[in-house]
Write a protein that binds this ligand. Structure first.
Ligand code: SAM
Length: 365
């Protein structure tokens, strides 16, 4: 069976990367400067961190010149198959089957030192949600997997079978912002003590049995599934690394465009851009002279939401937020961009990691 993905905020995302006047209140530059900037971008080096089915990549390629390069990443082997087919017919495309957190190492291997733009359309694709066999959906019965990269790492079923109540509670509370996290964790642990939870519907029903107050229009397992998916795929950890690496890699006037679908992601993107756009804020209480204050690394080019038409055509776009920033020509501080994203992941302070080892050890130890 084939599953389709309808790209969200397609036109503004591509525009954000290639249109010099995107997000500018008015075009201050001269006409010639603008044309030069457009030409430079058209044959620049770009990254699509989340290829999916390539909707954004294809639209970007249509706007790029013959000498441009586009490096695409995805964790998902099915997405990579589609990406490789595209690369076979378009020599501008290079494919990396890995998490976008590896962007710095992957580009270095491709001998790319600077990029002109990068886009990240975060989260899961429709094919991943719609295919019951991938185990992402609480509406369709399938194996409890939820890995984007099915070639490595633990499935959710495997992690739950060995996690402690504390680790489960922490993941469900932090990544699902779920009020009933402790009750859910206790119930899951009690079931796992009898037998493993192998299917999505079994988990969804178990969660529904303890989440007593239902949010309007939302399945009671929504928050728990979101939390487990974010955790098992290390989504926020990877995002923090990718944002910092992208800022390090962007050439002056290069752009980064990120589409988020929930508040944890969007908060991280927003705070990273704000910190890089105003690094002096961190030194506000220090007795520094104006000339000693750190200068902006990026300029925010704003936020775009889907309009009513898009939401009507594609309900997935309802929660989407696109944020765009442009690199300034201020040299990066020696410490790199990491400081702009540290401490933005709610679980970054401890080591409940997707490797399966929790802070307080394994269940029963
Ligand atoms: C929302 S979809 C992208 C859809 C794409 N823009 C399109 O138009 O077809 C997200 C994709 O990013 C991938 N993905 C999510 N997080 C990733 C990460 N950290 N590294 C690499 N790929 C990731 C998922 O496997 C999925 O295929």
């Amino acid at each position: 069976m084939s599953f389709e993905h309808r790209p969200v905020l397609l036109a503004p995302t591509v525009d954000a990367l290639v249109n010099p006047s995107f997000g500018q209140k008015k075009n201050k530059g001269k006409r010639e400067a603008l044309v030069e900037a457009v030409n430079a971008r058209e044959n620049g080096v770009f990254v699509d961190g989340t290829f999916g089915r390539g909707g954004h990549s294809r639209a970007l390629l249509e706007r790029l010149g013959p000498h441009a390069r586009l490096v695409v990443f995805d964790k998902d082997p099915q997405a990579i198959e589609v990406a490789r087919a595209l690369a076979a017919s378009d020599s501008r495309v290079s494919v990396v089957h890995d998490g976008f957190a590896t962007i710095a190492a992957a580009l270095s291997e491709l001998k790319i030192e600077r990029i002109d733009g990068a886009m990240f359309d975060l989260g899961v694709s429709s094919p991943q949600i719609d295919d019951a066999q991938r185990g992402f959906s609480f509406m369709r019965d399938g194996p409890l997997d939820m890995r984007m990269d099915t070639t490595r790492g633990l499935t959710v079923a495997q992690w739950l079978a060995q996690a402690s109540v504390d680790d489960m509670r922490e993941v469900i509370a932090s990544y699902g912002e779920e009020r009933f996290a402790f009750q859910i964790a206790k119930t899951i642990a009690a079931r796992c003590a009898e037998r493993t939870i192998d299917t999505t519907l079994e988990l969804a029903e178990l969660v529904a049995s303890v989440v007593r107050t239902r949010e309007k229009g939302q399945h009671p397992a929504t928050r728990t599934f979101q939390a487990l998916r974010i955790y098992i795929n290390r989504e926020l950890e990877e995002l923090a690394v990718a944002l910092a690496s992208t800022l390090d890699l962007l050439a002056p006037a290069g752009r980064v465009a990120v589409i988020s679908f929930h508040s944890l992601e969007d908060r991280m993107v927003k705070q990273c851009i704000a910190a890089a756009a105003n690094p002096a804020a961190a030194f506000a209480r220090m007795p520094l002279r104006e000339s000693e204050m750190p200068q902006p690394i990026v300029k925010s080019l704003g936020r775009v939401l889907a309009d009513d038409d898009e939401v009507a055509r594609n309900p997935r776009s309802r929660s989407a937020v696109l944020r765009v920033a442009e690199r300034t020509d201020t040299p990066m501080p020696e410490a790199g961009a990491e400081g702009f994203v540290t401490a933005l992941n709610p679980l970054a302070h401890n080591d409940v990691t997707a490797s399966g080892r929790g802070r307080r050890g394994r269940k029963g130890h």
